[in-house]
Design a binder for this molecule. Structure first.
Ligand SMILES: [Cu+2]
Length: 345
């Protein structure tokens, strides 16, 4: 009775969590782009085929186990030698048949997985109009939209916006160890290897928010190295891009400007960039549009005031081992800094 109650509680919890994060999906079998479509088709083919093989093998095994017992009872005392040689030729045929069928099935799967691999990692078909540079860091993602004009480059972190139906090229690199870029709804994995730039492309067929994550163990906080791909209409994407190009607001309330002064006088300035201010650090994520992002610390926390203050006071509590040290601030200072960070829309 007790166990059952706990289970119901657990199920309710799962249901609640699922409804709160329903807007974001992460699933390889719910494809939202051509490459993920190929991968999920291959997955279903394998599932159906191998389920068939499993059922067949299990049925034959049960028949064999059952038959053997009755046959043994039947043949006891008769001409055992003749029955044995007959049975042997029969067995040899069955085994040969099994080997042939297995080889054919495995070969078919090998060929189809090879074809899918070639197709999804093929060179882009359309001329490239949007290229995004992704740099993996322990344990967050630096995101930079390429542009020939320096003032048109957008830099952000852990949240990638792309327009629906357009091919997007990703250039992947790592600042430290090997990471892997994986958005299951959109594409397979591509590794980020330090000093060895990789390139891949994808295209999303429908709008939505698709969760991605690092898929190569990269140290202590590997599990907290997630990101979101926001697929939106062309207009929404353009509007987002325009807003990301802007520098941090210059018109500040008095508490916000106290916050900025604190940010610039504390170690924060050494590690973070805020466009339009003197902060130009490159160790941590660009904070120019921090308040426009859904999550902080690579998906570890929802982006709200409570979580921001938890993070700033002691990020080591939230994400032990991450590369941001705890910064001592009294509660008045913390409030100023939070007021300022919340203005970075
Ligand atoms: Cu990782």
């Amino acid at each position: 009775m007790r166990a059952r109650q706990i289970n119901w509680g657990f199920l309710t919890w799962v249901a609640l969590v699922n409804t709160t994060v329903a807007a974001t999906t992460q699933s390889s079998v719910d494809p939202a782009g051509p490459q993920a479509q190929h991968i999920s088709q291959l997955w279903w083919v394998m599932l159906y085929l191998l389920t068939g093989v499993f059922i067949l093998v299990m049925s034959l095994l049960s028949i064999g186990a059952f038959r053997r017992r009755s046959k043994a009872a039947e043949t006891s005392g008769r001409n055992v030698i003749q029955t044995d040689s007959l049975r042997e030729t029969k067995m040899a045929r069955v085994v040969m048949g099994g080997v042939v069928v297995t080889t054919v099935i495995l070969f078919a799967l090998l060929v189809s997985s090879f074809i899918v691999g070639r197709t999804i990692y093929s060179t882009p078909k359309e001329p490239t109009v949007l290229t995004i540079d992704i740099t993996g860091h322990q344990w967050w993602w630096d995101v930079r939209y390429e542009n020939q004009v320096a003032s048109q480059i957008v830099t952000t972190a852990n949240e990638i916006h792309i327009p629906v139906g357009r091919q997007v090229v990703f250039k992947l690199n790592s600042a430290d160890v090997i990471h892997s870029f994986w958005v299951p709804n959109l594409h397979g994995k591509t590794d980020l290897i330090p000093g060895h730039p990789a390139e891949t492309w994808l295209k999303a067929d429908r709008t939505g928010v698709y969760r991605g994550q690092c898929a190569e163990f990269c140290g202590h906080q590997h599990a907290h190295m997630a990101f979101e791909v926001v697929v939106e209409s062309e207009e929404q994407f353009q509007a987002w891009y325009e807003s990301q190009l802007k520098s941090a607001p210059a018109q500040l309330t008095s508490s916000q400007s106290r916050g900025l002064q604190l940010f610039l006088s504390k170690p924060c300035v050494m590690c973070h960039t805020i466009q339009g201010t003197d902060a130009g650090g490159k160790v941590g994520p660009d904070l120019t549009h921090l308040a426009s992002r859904q999550t902080i610390a690579a998906g570890a926390l929802q982006n709200n005031r409570t979580n921001l203050s938890r993070w700033i006071l002691n990020s080591q509590d939230v994400k032990p081992g991450n590369h941001m040290p705890p910064i001592p601030l009294n509660s008045e200072e913390l409030n100023f800094v939070l007021d300022y960070l919340e203005s970075l829309k």
